[in-house]
Design a protein around this ligand. Structure first.
Ligand code: M6R
Length: 615
């Protein structure tokens, strides 16, 4: 939620910050703003709307020659999206300016204190409270900006990644982090600040990722000085060499990031199992699991915590782990788990799944599990993310940057990692035979080619999308391994086309949702040959006799469903527990094309943000 960018160095800050904000727009896009120092003062330009709106406005409003500046793209928490609530925010004197990603939970009590002392507030934001608190500390305690930030943050409850600078000291920017991500790019006598590394990749591959409760004073002359916010201890910066490149975060000829990411799935899945799945040797090698094998093998139960699409991947994993490795699994919404005092013991293994590795609820669930001594394993995509650092061990999905707000390749690669773990445990426990293990590894290795084949139906899927694009409601049905895919299909449609959709286990339909079915209702039914095929076919009959429109997602060559359904979309055949990796593909493409036909903003759907770093 919210993207922050900053620059201090020899170049003009404006184009760097602006371009950086465009790359971070996936994090929030209801308003944007920039602050630049222009040799005597800090000038702000901000606006409701997108970074492109800011670009047009700022060029006419402020001098864009400065070499120090900060910028922000917002996902509103406190205060509606408008010009005034947009970041950056000045302090009352106008000397200080701040950008902030996160939430100051005790802002109300802090604000009351500051009001008593004569501070005035123009916006409804918690951020304006924070910058005035910093100013108040600076004036009253007669300390430098860095110290003032530190003292102020020790009074704050909540989450933040902030960047602050002072017009009287335009040679340094102070940054701090708790709960929201913040990276510092280290160039040659220049420094970059950003929520992730994408804004500075073309300038430097050297980065420091701040840990929670760390702050840094970044100065043109003295470089980066890191400290702990709580105890003032000096921290030696760990400078990482980044492996991602610019092409990975560009659209590469596709109209949208979402479409590019859908089509990247064959390679993304391959990248996920590369070096881990050794089919010929009959080995699954995963350092995070191998090093902690006893914890996994002796687990009383596995608890999976996640949100959104990652939670759906967890549901698929529940079926896979229980069927293959015979270990009990619970799948929990992280947001519920964190507050309901769950029963967790030191014999439990908690798996936290998160594409971004920054989701606030998942992070809180991890902290709770750790406090109860469970072993916590992370499945993240973003390397170096907070969750990947907070967990005891983990496995990256290696899907590459996912920029479209609607998760696609994150889902299939999460399932791939979790399937590998399940196969490894099943082998170790002897709950599957050697020949089954070999067969499953070989089949998993074939999945990227089969995904490629499933993607070839895109033209036909577009025709289906065109037929149903004006539907007001849709149902998605699946059973067993494909029930979570039904949920995921409905989520994809809702979030990017704003059409109401519900996913159900197919057999649950007759316990209520069947009442909704009439000739206006498209029902997407996953009816692959393996699994509960006959039972799903019966469900299809029930829909047909109530005049519902049926779109069957079927195994190549299926004739029975074809005879009943209004449309069928074929996917290649595979073993049952791998079908979600294929049936998901038409779901993603259907939602994508419906949203495009409805002229929706596919990569940046309304009210959403890629990484949900607030509760
Ligand atoms: O980064 P995470 O995987 O933790 O994100 C969890 C959800 O916010 C995310 O999956 C969300 O539901 C997506 N927009 C779905 O497409």
């Amino acid at each position: 939620m919210c993207g922050i960018v900053g620059y201090i160095g020899k170049r003009k800050a404006f184009p760097i910050i602006l371009e950086g904000l465009k790359r971070l727009e996936y994090r929030g896009y209801d308003s944007a703003g920039i602050a630049l120092y222009d040799d005597s003062d800090i000038k702000l330009s901000k606006t409701k709307g997108k970074v492109a709106d800011l670009e047009a406005k700022a060029k006419n409003e402020i001098n864009t020659d400065g070499t120090i500046g900060i910028g922000h793209t917002r996902w509103a928490t406190h205060g509606v999206p408008n010009d005034v609530n947009s970041h950056p925010h000045y302090s009352n004197s106008g000397d200080l300016v701040i950008i902030h990603n996160g939430i100051i939970e005790n802002y109300d009590s802090l604000k009351k204190e500051l009001l008593k002392r004569g501070y005035i507030f123009k916006s409804d934001t918690d951020t304006e409270v924070l910058i005035n608190l910093i100013e108040d500390v600076k004036i009253n305690e007669k300390v430098k900006l860095g110290k003032a930030v530190q003292i102020a943050l020790n009074q704050v409850v909540g989450a933040y990644a902030i960047a602050v600078f002072d017009k009287n000291k335009p040679n340094e920017i102070v940054v701090a982090k708790l709960g929201s991500p913040l990276a510092i790019g280290i160039g040659d006598e220049e420094f970059f600040i950003a929520s992730d590394a994408s804004p500075f990749l073309e300038y430097t591959k050297k980065a420091i990722y701040l840990e929670d409760e760390e702050m840094a004073v970044i100065s043109r002359k003295k470089g980066v000085k890191l400290r702990r916010i709580k105890n003032d201890a000096v921290v030696d910066p760990y400078i990482q060499e980044l492996k991602i490149n610019l092409e990975q975060i560009e659209k590469g000829g596709y109209e949208h990031f979402m479409l590019k990411e859908i089509h990247e799935q064959p390679n993304a899945i391959k990248d996920t199992y590369r070096g881990r799945l050794l089919a010929k040797e009959g080995i699954v090698k995963m350092a995070g699991v191998d090093d902690n094998l006893e914890r996994f093998l002796n687990a009383n139960k596995i608890i999976i915590v996640a949100c959104g699409t990652s939670w759906h991947a967890g549901l698929v994993a529940e079926y896979v782990f229980e069927n293959l490795a015979k270990v009990p699994v619970e799948v929990e919404y992280a947001s519920e788990f964190r507050y309901r005092n769950p029963v967790i013991t030191d014999k439990d293994v908690v798996i936290a799944i998160s594409q971004s590795g920054e989701t606030a609820d998942t992070l809180a669930a991890i902290k709770l599990a750790k406090s109860k001594n469970a072993f916590v394993f992370g499945v993240c995509n973003v390397v170096g993310s907070t969750i990947s650092r907070e967990t005891h061990a983990g496995a990256y999905t290696h899907a590459g940057p996912e920029i479209g707000v609607a998760s696609t390749k994150a889902f299939t690669t999460q399932i791939t990692v979790l399937t590998l773990i399940a196969l490894k445990l099943a082998k170790e426990k002897g709950t599957i035979s050697n020949s089954e293990f070999h067969l499953y590894l070989q089949e998993l290795e074939l999945i990227p080619e089969k995904v490629k084949k499933a993607l070839k139906s895109e033209k036909h899927i577009k025709t289906v999308a065109n037929t149903y694009k004006n539907a007001k409601n849709c149902l998605y049905l699946g059973r067993g391994y494909n029930f979570p895919v039904a949920l995921e299909g409905a989520l994809k449609l809702k979030e990017i086309s704003y059409i109401h959709a519900e996913g159900y286990p197919a057999a649950e339909m007759k316990h209520g949702p069947i009442a909704l079915i009439d000739e206006q209702m498209p029902v997407f039914v996953i009816a692959t040959k393996k699994g509960h095929y006959e039972k799903v076919v019966s469900n299809i009959q029930e829909i047909k006799s109530r005049s519902g429109k049926i779109i069957g997602i079927v195994t190549e060559g299926d004739e029975d469903v074809k005879n009943l359904a209004d449309h069928v979309i074929e996917v290649p055949e595979t073993i049952e527990f791998l079908t979600p990796l294929l049936t998901t593909i038409p779901m993603q493409l259907l939602s994508y094309h419906i949203a495009v036909m409805l002229n929706k903003n596919v990569d940046q759907p309304r009210n959403l943000a890629k990484s949900v770093t607030v509760e």
